[in-house]
Design a protein around this ligand. Structure first.
Ligand code: FAD
Ligand code: SF4
Length: 342
């Protein structure tokens, strides 16, 4: 790792003076480490990994930890405002989040390990870069890093995407993103002119077909200041399920968040189903959602929806094992949500 200066930003305005995003730097570096730049650090878990892997060599790191208030989790009349610097542990342990946004607390608590959750922040988690091992190894100058080849295509692709994987088969690495997307959350971004924009997560995450080199549309000099989550409707019932190779300290092989609304006859009036670790961005399972609306949910309907969640799947040579995993998680999450008291 190269020597670097660590500078504490005291205000958001100071932080927005940083020159570039990590994605921009890595794509522009032609495969060699970028130099003479500053980059922002939240918990530093992913940033330092990239530096240790010598994929990134900034001269200055701008620490966001000292900016007052950026780690606050605030309860609002219309939902929740999660400061970008709130840690996953704070999110998982917040009494209001545990009572009123149970699936979010659950997903935060099931991410990584206790030590990592104590440091990793909500903002950094949404902005972490993918875990594809070719991407993480400097020997492989793949498409995502500006090269001309996807090594996962004919390589070791067991942990890769089963949807939207024709150009680049990463899966989105954020576990809380699956739940936040199902809850209709958005991010707040502030730029160097002090302008604020609010972007729904569905628009924030970027598919490889839109831009291969990045996973989201945060701009140069922009700081993610908060995640806003609307209140969950009284008639909504929710579930989040994850399957990993082991129970802790690892990313899911697949996860799914389900939010169902029911009418007076106990028929499904609205359904949102989001698949995690399945595609380059958290993915709405639209066919499964459509199949539920207007119907009472029983085991057979949940099973049909599980199968429908696989519509459009294009598994790679080594990851078709994910399909029954996704199908089962969707079926179980629907049944679990439907059985939750409204
Ligand atoms: C063993 C292990 C297991 C893990 N398991 C999981 C898991 O199950 N689920 C999961 O979701 N994650 C998992 N992770 C990943 C970990 O949770 C993330 O690396 C962490 O959440 C990143 O957050 P951070 O605050 O440390 O971000 P940092 O590393 O500080 O930053 C990440 C990126 O975001 C940028 N950035 C950070 N904050 C801001 C901001 N506010 N505005 C603008 N840019 C910003 C930084 O420049 C950097 O590019 C695991 C990690 C390890 C090592
Ligand atoms: S899946 Fe994406 S990140 Fe991985 S090797 Fe292929 S192009 Fe690179």
């Amino acid at each position: 790792m190269n020597p670097f200066a660590l500078v504490n930003a005291r205000t958001i305005a100071e932080a927005t003076r940083t020159s570039a995003t990590v994605a921009g730097l890595m794509a522009g570096s032609g495969g060699s480490p970028a130099s003479d730049v500053s980059i922002v650090k939240a918990g530093g878990i992913d940033l330092l990994d990239l530096m240790k892997e010598t994929l990134l060599s900034p001269d200055r790191i701008l620490n966001l930890r000292e900016i007052p208030g950026l780690d606050q989790i605030a309860v609002k009349v219309d939902g929740l405002r999660i400061g970008a610097m709130a840690t996953l542990a704070a999110l998982a342990g917040h009494p209001f989040v545990r009572d009123h946004f149970k699936i979010l607390a659950h997903a935060a608590a099931a991410s990584a390990s206790p030590q990592i959750r104590n440091v990793a922040t909500a903002g950094g988690n949404l902005l972490q870069r993918p875990r594809c091992w070719y991407f993480r190894a400097k020997e492989f100058h793949c498409l995502k890093k500006g090269g001309d080849h996807c090594f996962a295509d004919n390589g070791e692709n067991r942990y890769h995407a089963v949807f939207d994987n024709d150009l680049c088969a990463i899966v989105h690495p954020s576990t809380i993103a699956t739940v936040l997307m199902a809850l209709g959350a958005s991010v707040e971004l502030v730029d160097a002119r002090g302008m604020t924009r609010k972007v729904g997560l569905a628009e924030f995450f970027v598919s490889p077909s839109v831009d291969l080199t990045r996973e989201n549309n945060i701009g140069n000099g922009e700081i993610l200041t908060a995640v806003e989550v609307p209140s969950i409707r009284a008639e909504s019932r929710c579930a989040w399920l994850k399957q990993g190779e082991r129970d802790s300290a690892d990313w899911p092989l697949a996860d799914v968040a389900v939010v169902l609304d029911f009418d007076a006859e106990d028929k499904c009036a609205r359904a949102t189903i989001v698949l995690g670790a399945a595609a380059p961005a958290p993915r709405r399972a639209r066919s499964a959602e459509a199949l539920l609306v207007g119907r009472k949910i029983d085991g057979a309907v949940a099973m049909e929806a599980g199968r429908a969640a696989l519509d459009g799947a294009t598994p790679l040579a080594r990851n078709s094992f994910k399909l029954p995993l996704v199908e089962t998680l969707v079926r179980r999450a629907i049944s679990q949500a439907a059985a939750t008291p409204g």
